[in-house]
Design a protein around this ligand. Structure first.
Ligand SMILES: *Cc1c(COP(=O)(O)O)cnc(C)c1O
Length: 459
């Protein structure tokens, strides 16, 4: 089928996720046809460096034959069976064991789901169930953060703090309260980063006191906000949050959907920030995105209560622990271990990316550069000295993203924050290429923005 025909059919019948249907229908989609390593290819013959690892998930890169073979073998052996009604199967058991070996020592159980959103739905139900079993049914409130992303189901988006999502789709899940995010460049520049990190932790304590400790069930957060804009909190933030949570009897949920599986140079972001979560939702990199699978890693405190005192937990999905997805996830983790992928991100690739990425700090369009492991962000600014933002109507970030795509790089925009999270298998040479493509795109973005501003002045 011709790509123009595919594009027409796509416009006619396909409603894309997170998309202005009408605008895309008029413009037409880019058709991605195949991929290898860190590169995707489109139907027009372009090769594009995937600086986002798909959607933060293709951690081992594209074209890994071992993952294909693991899927094929499992499809032959047992393509589907469920884990309801006192049954199990080898892939689910082996994956559960492997995950509990990799997770922090106090985590020894996992509940499987099909996605990160379903993992957070599971979190919501488990947290409230836990407190009900503890004889504290009033502990219902979950404190989350503005601009957090926890998925797109009703529970996921209610837990998340994305204002445009909250504005659509009617009443949210009740008893979820959002506090400010530790986004220093965007919201904290009247303080030092250290002071701002503490201010954000104090906001959590203030909210706990406002709601009443006896009504608060849990605090949920990503170690580093991903979809919100690759926001690494100030160094003071997590230690101060830990102190606050330790004062009150509140569960800690750390959403590891992006930060888990090596992104920050540890198996889990919680290990990087020295956190002891009660629950860790996971997905994305768990299978390197080859097949959909997620889950919740459950710490001993919650697991023991659910097991010992809970009776039947009326919750689960048809595809919880799907055997083919589990087999691929297991193989993915085995490869990561065998190849030392996580250690390489921590000791080699992360520091190398940081050094090369920092070279973009000199660019006139860039107000801040940051990175951690293989996640990075650039803040676009209209004025380098004052670091003032562009007029929102210019949509500078989207312009830069489109220029990147057209010139062979996937770099995502969140407002005027440009973000990257490439496959963890990227080489030094490919990092050089990524940074040089980004620099060229910044040059072109600057030129185009100057042109638009000049035209406005003339008109
Ligand atoms: C992507 C994401 C989710 C949702 O995962 P899906 O598989 O898309 O449902 C949840 N939390 C975080 C932090 C994510 O980045």
């Amino acid at each position: 089928m011709h790509s123009s025909d595919l594009r027409a059919l796509d416009s006619a019948h396909h409603l894309h996720p997170f998309t202005d249907f009408k605008a895309l229908g008029e413009e037409g989609s880019r058709i991605v046809t195949h991929a290898e390593g860190v590169y995707i290819h489109d139907s027009e013959g372009h090769r594009i460096l995937d600086g986002m690892a798909g959607l933060w998930c293709v951690n081992l890169g594209y074209g890994r034959a071992e993952l294909v073979e693991a899927a094929t073998a499992q499809l032959h052996e047992l393509p589907y069976y469920n884990n309801f009604f006192k049954t199990t199967h080898p892939p689910a058991v082996k994956l559960a064991e492997k995950l509990c070996q990799l997770a922090p020592a106090h985590i020894n159980h996992v509940f499987f789901t099909g996605s990160g959103s379903e993992a957070n739905d599971t979190v919501l139900r488990m947290v409230r169930r836990y407190w009900a079993l503890k004889g504290k049914p009033d502990k219902q409130w979950i404190i989350s953060r503005e601009n957090a992303y926890h998925g797109s189901t009703v529970a996921g988006m209610s837990l998340g703090g994305m204002a445009p999502m909250h504005a659509q789709g009617g009443p949210l899940v009740p008893a979820i309260s959002h506090v400010r995010q530790p986004y220093w460049f965007g919201e904290g520049r009247d303080q030092s980063p250290e002071a701002f990190g503490r201010t954000c932790a104090e906001a959590i304590e203030a909210r706990i006191l406002e709601l009443g400790e006896d009504n608060v069930a849990a605090f949920i957060a990503e170690p580093v906000q991903g979809a919100g804009g690759a926001i690494m909190p100030p160094a003071s933030y997590w230690p101060a949050v830990k102190e606050v949570l330790a004062k009150y009897d509140i569960l800690l949920v750390v959403d590891e959907v992006i930060c888990g599986f090596g992104r920050l140079g540890e198996w889990f972001g919680s290990q990087h920030y020295d956190l002891e979560p009660d629950l860790m939702p996971i997905a994305k990199g768990l299978s390197s995105g080859y097949l959909p699978i997620g889950g919740v890693l459950v710490g001993d405190r919650v697991a023991e209560t659910l097991i010992e005192e809970g009776g039947e937990f009326f919750h689960g999905f048809t595809y919880s622990g799907h055997p083919v997805c589990a087999a691929v996830a297991l193989k993915n983790l085995e490869i990561m271990q065998a190849e030392g992928v996580v250690e390489r991100v921590r000791d080699d690739l992360g520091p190398y990316l940081a050094e090369r990425w920092m070279s973009l700090a000199e660019h006139p369009l860039v107000g801040e550069v940051r990175s951690l492991g293989l996640m990075g962000a650039l803040e676009l600014v209209a004025d380098k000295t004052s670091r003032a933002r562009f007029d929102k109507r210019l949509a500078a970030g989207n312009l830069c993203r489109d220029i990147c795509f057209a010139s062979g790089l996937v770099m995502r925009s969140v407002g005027d924050t440009m973000i990257i999270a490439p496959p963890l298998t990227i080489t030094h040479h490919e990092i050089d290429e990524l940074v040089s493509l980004a620099r060229r795109a910044l040059d072109e973005t600057a030129a185009r923005l100057a042109h638009i501003v000049q035209e406005e002045i003339t008109a």
